[in-house]
Ligand binder design. Sequence first.
Ligand code: ADP
Ligand code: MG
Length: 227
Amino acid sequence: MSEYIIETRNLRKVYDTNDSKVAALNGIEMKVKRGETVGVMGVSGSGKSTLLHVLGTLDRPTEGDVIYDGEEIFARTDQELAYFRNRELGFVFQFHYLLPEFSALENVLMPGLIGGMERREMEESAVGMLERVGLGARLSHRPGELSGGEQQRVAIARACVLRPRVILADEPTGNLDQDTGSSIMDLFLQLNEEYGITIVLVSHDVTIAVRLDRRIRLLDGKIIDEN
Ligand SMILES: Nc1ncnc2c1ncn2[C@@H]1O[C@H](COP(=O)(O)OP(=O)(O)O)[C@@H](O)[C@H]1O
Ligand SMILES: [Mg+2]
């Protein structure tokens, strides 16, 4: 087992649009230890979301490697990457992307169903996960019937239901008021302690980022500060 669950080597991502090229990542070298919580900070446009997408294998880098537990992950095919994402990674975004027509429980069942499990195999862990995030009494509510903080709790339950090794969160409190955001951070840190899930979390909010073990700061696709 590698000491680091995630390592990147000279990670570069260039967006090639019609008339311009944007180097969104410009040689990122980072290492994340198993069980660590790491904040990614930086002004708008500095490359935070791009970094999270590439770490999450949602997008291939233009150059460089992402190494999970010693394995160069982009050596895998797209289909193998989809399986890896489903089993090993959990995603939480600023906007929850819950399916509006489905209940909280059904949304949390979804990763398992997509991964080929039967509903009855999944149900106990999905209910347990919703209880864990404080929504045991909201199983049959649809997202539109829940508050912003509750919706984000459902999204976190969905991200954690298959017990991923890593959670990647992009501005998960960006759409919430301070107190609600703070309680969402409590939840992330509890899940990190209880399950040992490694967390990489993007936030430009210092009061959020100081609660993590460590922070990196990006500017123009480069790491300009680590502490
Ligand atoms: N799909 C895309 N196509 C072209 N340019 C993009 C795309 N996504 C992001 N960019 C550009 O890449 C840079 C970094 O963007 P992003 O990673 O979203 O930054 P952040 O999340 O820190 O605000 C910005 O200049 C942005 O305009
Ligand atoms: Mg962003």
